[in-house]
Every structure is written in structure tokens, then in C-alpha cells.
Design a binder for this molecule. Structure first.
Ligand SMILES: C[S@@+](CC[C@H](N)C(=O)[O-])C[C@H]1O[C@@H](n2cnc3c(N)ncnc32)[C@H](O)[C@@H]1O
Length: 232
């Protein structure tokens, strides 16, 4: 059964549930974001009085400036796509932060961490605060979740049996499942997948970084299924 993960601050710059300064917002020179709201404050429950008063330095698109975190998440929930992202974490994979950040950028429905619950949030650049992140102790529990939700499991690795993602049709409702640096997808993950896809390579390296692979395959889903008129 999936379990929601609460954000555990682990960086010196992370403060407060409504935003504040996080790793991407460390300031070197001119501060990023916007200062206090000039003039009369706008009305509406979306606005966060602390941000209006103090300015909004968070890593959010301009459309969400001065909005509370809850309001941003609620709006994203209306915009999220039909793909989920999952990554195996049996050895503390250091790519997970990158995967979470990219999943946020492409509005993945949710991210699933399979295996160990703890992961290094630094690469997520605080984007996990706006993302639904679930934990599954085993591949089996992820596969059960996918079956319950009517999601196809798409295993991503360049192993025998994979078809090129460049020519495959990715299902609209799916979980894109990535392996770890070193071992790649576990046997359980490959056995549980409805479809296995690989990314075509042309150089000498056996594989690319899992975070990069995740970005490529998420974007393949976007190219196939997203409504580009809704992009920022
Ligand atoms: C660094 S790879 C390791 C495993 C790889 N199969 C090997 O033989 O070295 C870690 C993960 O990145 C993703 N990945 C890396 N290169 C890939 C490729 N060319 N096609 C599909 N997935 C890839 C997969 O999810 C994989 O499990």
C-alpha cells in the first residue's frame, strides 16, 4: 500500500511550510523572485499574507507568485498528467531529487519511491513540496498500486526485451519505472512491467544517468500525450 511522505527539511536554507528560502533560492548577488507586494494587497484565499508582506523568493513559476503552497498544489492537481514516475531506491539512489524535480516540471501525477524510504532531497530543489510523493517498500506493492489504479507499468532500461522508446507508443495512463545506477532495474521490476522501453544510444558508455533517462522518457510521454496549449 502506498504511503505519503511528508517533507523532511534537510538543507540549511529550508524554512517554513509556506515557502521561504530553499536550495535553489540561495542568493548570490541579486535576489531571485519578487519583493513585497507593492500597494494594496490582492484579495483571494490563494494569496499568502506572509509572502505578500515579505516577498516571494521561491522556485515557482510567475503564475504562482504570492500563492500559498496549498493553493499551488491544488492548482497543480488540476493540471497534472496521467503518467506517474517511479524509481527504485534499494541502495539510496542519488538521482531521485533530479527525477522529482523533472516530474514536477512535467506535471507527473505522482512520484513513487520503491525500496528505501529515505532519499536525498537536495537535487529536488524544493519541488517535492508541490508533488505527491508515495513510498512502496517493494516492487510488488508498486505493481499492485498500478493495477488498482488502472496504470500500465512501463519499465525503463536498456536490457534485452526492451523496445526503443523512440518508436514505442507510451500508454497514456502509466507508471514510468526507472532503475538505479549500477544494477539498473531489478528482476522484479522487469517481470512486473507491462512494457519495457530503452533509449537509443550511439556512444561507448553502457548507459546514461538515470535522472537524464527519466527526463528523456517523461518528455517522450509529453510529446505523445500532453496538451501543449496548457504549458507555461
Ligand atoms: C545507469 S543505468 C544502469 C543499468 C544499465 N542497464 C547497464 O547495463 O549499465 C540506471 C538506470 O538509468 C536508466 N537508463 C540509463 N540508460 C538507459 C537507456 N539507454 N535506456 C533506458 N534506460 C536507461 C534505467 O532506468 C536504468 O535502470
Amino acid at each position: 500500500m502506498a504511503e505519503s511522505q511528508e517533507h523532511e527539511p534537510d538543507g540549511p536554507g529550508e524554512v517554513g511550510p509556506t515557502g521561504g528560502v530553499g536550495p535553489t533560492e540561495w542568493v548570490f548577488g541579486d535576489p531571485v523572485g519578487v519583493g513585497p507586494w507593492p500597494g494594496e494587497w490582492p484579495e483571494g484565499a490563494r494569496y499568502d499574507p506572509e509572502l505578500l508582506a515579505g516577498g516571494d523568493r521561491r522556485n515557482v513559476v510567475d503564475a504562482y507568485r504570492y500563492w500559498s503552497r496549498a493553493a499551488v498544489v491544488a492548482d497543480l492537481d488540476e493540471r497534472r498528467h496521467d503518467f506517474h514516475v517511479a524509481i527504485e531506491n534499494f541502495q539510496h539512489d542519488h538521482n531521485i531529487g533530479t527525477v522529482v524535480r523533472t516530474a514536477n516540471a512535467f506535471a507527473a501525477r505522482a512520484v513513487h519511491i520503491v525500496g528505501r524510504k529515505r532519499w536525498n532531497r537536495r537535487g529536488a530543489m524544493v519541488t517535492d513540496r508541490y508533488q505527491h510523493v508515495h513510498h512502496h517498500p517493494t516492487v510488488e506493492s508498486l505493481v499492485d498500486y498500478a493495477a488498482t489504479e488502472g496504470l500500465a507499468v512501463v519499465g525503463v532500461d536498456n536490457t534485452p526485451g526492451s523496445v526503443p522508446v523512440e518508436t514505442a507508443t507510451l500508454p497514456r495512463r502509466c507508471v514510468l519505472l526507472f532503475g538505479q545506477e549500477g544494477p539498473g532495474l531489478t528482476d522484479e521490476a522487469r517481470a512486473g512491467a507491462d512494457l519495457l522501453v530503452s533509449i537509443a544510444q550511439f556512444g561507448s558508455t553502457r548507459s546514461i544517468n538515470a535522472g537524464v533517462a527519466a527526463g528523456i522518457v517523461m518528455h517522450a510521454w509529453i510529446r505523445a500525450h500532453a496538451d501543449l496549449s496548457r504549458a507555461w
